[in-house]
Design a binder for this molecule. Structure first.
Ligand SMILES: *Cc1c(COP(=O)(O)O)cnc(C)c1O
Length: 371
């Protein structure tokens, strides 16, 4: 079989290892394994979302016409109405996806003509930007980071007639860095109108009050802005796969033409609809995350491990320890090595529950002391 050149050179996304896989590989009981690899919410999902799912599933026992036999609502009416109210945007500005990953790909396929357009992103930014770009054979403009953060000035300088999309992750994954709302706003303002800024706010909910900015408001001014968010991180629905973007009605209309009609499943729809009513849950999640961040960074300082200050629910750290990932896996700790991002001596650790963070620090300290 002949594959296009750009497909032949594509490598698949490396995800954090599942617990069961590590259990089999290292012969450890799954309940003794701690996963801090994929930035999920360690506290699970909001209680209301749980109740909504259980109620929905109870149909399976009581009703021959179980709702799970039906296709999901292709227009996602209920969630669309609820979220449009919550965000104070028109329902026609929302696009839902099978995770925001689905949306990121959809945006690239909708906007990019690989013969004429290129996609710009930071060298240490979310992998999916590069994968989506390469999957359609489009050229990428990869911009060097400055202190592990997006270099907005360099990005602005590098924009040319071909540049069609600029991806900005704020806070950024895997580095955890953050661009202040004012700087971001100024950046979008100075960008030519033919360029679409895709602002990926997967970790937006984790921002402390003093750094919070309302990007949704900016959509009134900028019709070349797309804001992507997800239910996978702070909302604790990673397994259900649901994310969304907010954009102009024009962009949304085009995205909808390419979107698979049933791209979001029914369970994800009802869970998300309940999840957005639970502000208390988000508040507690943020508080736990702040405490966990203090716990882990205090431990790292004791161990003399350098880390990049993070504004999200994970921390990127530096260590030259040989095979660190493997040594942590042997102790049942799953973290995310970052060589696939070109960050060879770095790992990323998600902030977990207190006992999980403690277990990580103990394992790390035992690895680093055995020299
Ligand atoms: C986790 C993540 C996403 C996507 O997550 P989904 O589960 O597909 O919604 C998108 N962008 C960034 C930067 C992420 O870290």
């Amino acid at each position: 079989m002949k594959y296009p050149n750009y497909i032949q050179t594509l490598s698949s996304y490396i995800a954090g290892k599942p617990i069961d896989e590590v259990a089999r590989q290292f012969n450890i009981k799954p309940e003794h394994i701690i996963k801090l690899a994929s930035n999920e919410n360690p506290r699970g999902m909001p209680e209301k979302a749980k109740q909504a799912i259980l109620h929905y599933l109870s149909n399976i026992h009581t009703n021959d016409n179980a709702e799970t036999a039906r296709y999901p609502d292709a227009n996602q009416f209920n969630l669309r109405q609820a979220l449009s109210k919550k965000l104070n945007v028109s329902a026609q500005c929302l696009t839902f996806g099978n995770g925001s990953n689905d949306i990121l790909e959809l945006i690239v396929r909708t906007l990019i003509d690989p013969n004429t357009d290129s996609v710009m992103y930071d060298e240490y930014s979310f992998m999916v930007y590069g994968l989506a770009t390469q999957s359609i054979g489009a050229p990428a403009q990869i911009i060097s980071s400055m202190n592990y953060a997006h270099d907005l000035y360099a990005m602005l300088q590098a924009i040319n007639d071909k540049t069609k999309i600029v991806f900005i992750a704020n806070p950024n994954n895997p580095t955890g860095t953050f661009i202040h709302g004012n700087d971001l706003h100024a950046f979008i303002q100075s960008i030519p109108k033919h360029v679409c800024v895709v602002l990926d706010e997967a970790y937006h909910e984790y921002l402390p009050d003093n750094l919070y900015y309302n990007s949704i408001d900016w959509l009134k001014k900028f019709d070349n802005l797309i804001i992507c968010r997800t239910f996978s991180k702070a909302y604790g629905l990673a397994a259900l796969r649901i994310g969304y973007c907010v954009a102009s009605t024009e962009i949304t209309d085009y995205l909808n033409r390419l979107r698979q009609p049933f791209n979001v499943n029914s369970l994800a729809l009802i869970a998300a609809q309940s999840a957005i009513t639970d502000d208390e849950f988000l508040h507690t999640t943020r508080m736990h995350n702040t405490l966990g961040y203090q716990q882990i960074t205090a431990g790292l300082q004791k161990l003399n491990v350098e880390y990049i200050p993070s504004y999200a629910n994970f921390i990127m750290m530096h260590s030259k320890e040989h095979d660190l990932n493997q040594k942590l896996l042997q102790q049942g700790i799953i973290i995310r090595p970052l060589h696939s991002y070109g960050l060879n001596d770095y790992i990323r650790v998600s902030i977990g529950l207190e006992h999980e963070n403690a277990a990580f620090l103990i394992a790390l300290s035992s690895v680093l002391r055995k020299k």
